[in-house]
Write a protein that binds this ligand. Structure first.
Ligand SMILES: [Zn+2]
Length: 250
């Protein structure tokens, strides 16, 4: 009986450790840079569709963030959180991790975490690399602070069975790449997840990464009509393989 019980426990723990299979049609929407249109236009539209999303916020270097005709206030970021959207970290100053030492990156993460504490927003568990620039030394810093997933660029689908969760690839929506995005969405099957990076809709601060509202609305209608499951980045944690042994930073 004891043996049977132990076997049962063993097989149960095995089942628990195994990640859930990735459903087909899984899409993650991520929005970078705390652009004003995220609060005034994007989030209300996402709510209509019942879609999840992650907003990766930063403040840039002053005085950019102070221009509230272009960037969200923390009160607006908190509203996104209260609506159920995920607030993730995009560093405080948007400096690329290739330009930061481990301790400087730690300080950048601290700053956003402390803003979140002040505004009663959950501590971020996801991160987006500014400028899509990644550096091997950033990974242990993120890992040790409890970040589960970190999004980069790369224009390919994410495969949790193959890819490091701290190097999640994504596609960036632009005014000019509608066909590429529609082709990308078609790849969300057989274990692959499509992650989109979206800046302002439109983007008043960085017009080279703007997504026109009509195009954005076309994407949302398309996702809805084709029964995609649209979630925040943190929601992918359930599909991750068991965490590898702890990486130590030096
Ligand atoms: Zn950015």
């Amino acid at each position: 009986m004891l043996v049977v019980g132990s076997l049962l426990l063993l097989s149960l723990s095995g089942a628990l450790a195994r990640p859930r299979p990735v459903p087909d049609g899984l899409v993650v929407l991520t929005f970078d840079d705390a652009v004003l249109s995220h609060a005034t236009y994007v989030a209300p539209l996402l709510r209509k569709y019942g879609f999840g999303a992650t907003f990766f916020v930063c403040e840039f270097r002053e005085p950019a963030f102070a221009d509230k005709s272009k960037y969200m206030s923390w009160a607006q970021i908190r509203q996104l959180y209260r609506w159920g959207f995920e607030v993730g970290s995009h560093t405080l100053t948007h400096r690329h991790v290739t330009k930061l030492t481990a301790s400087e990156l730690g300080a950048e993460l601290d700053s956003i975490e402390s803003r979140c504490r002040t505004w009663h927003i959950s501590r971020p568990v996801t991160f987006a690399y500014p400028g899509y620039d990644t550096a091997p030394r950033a990974l242990p810093v993120l890992h040790d602070r409890g970040y589960r997933l970190a999004r980069a660029g790369g224009d390919r689908p994410y495969d949790p069975a193959q890819d490091d969760p701290l190097l999640v690839p994504s596609y960036t929506t632009l005014a000019t790449n509608r066909l590429q995005i529609l082709a990308a969405l078609a790849q969300a099957h057989d274990g692959r997840i499509v992650v989109l990076t979206i800046h302002g809709v439109p983007d008043g601060a960085h017009d080279w990464v703007t997504t026109p509202p009509a195009l954005f609305e076309e994407y949302l209608a398309y996702l809805h009509e084709h029964h995609y499951r649209v979630v925040a980045l943190r929601d992918l944690a359930r599909y991750l393989p068991a965490r590898p042994p702890t990486v130590t930073s030096n």
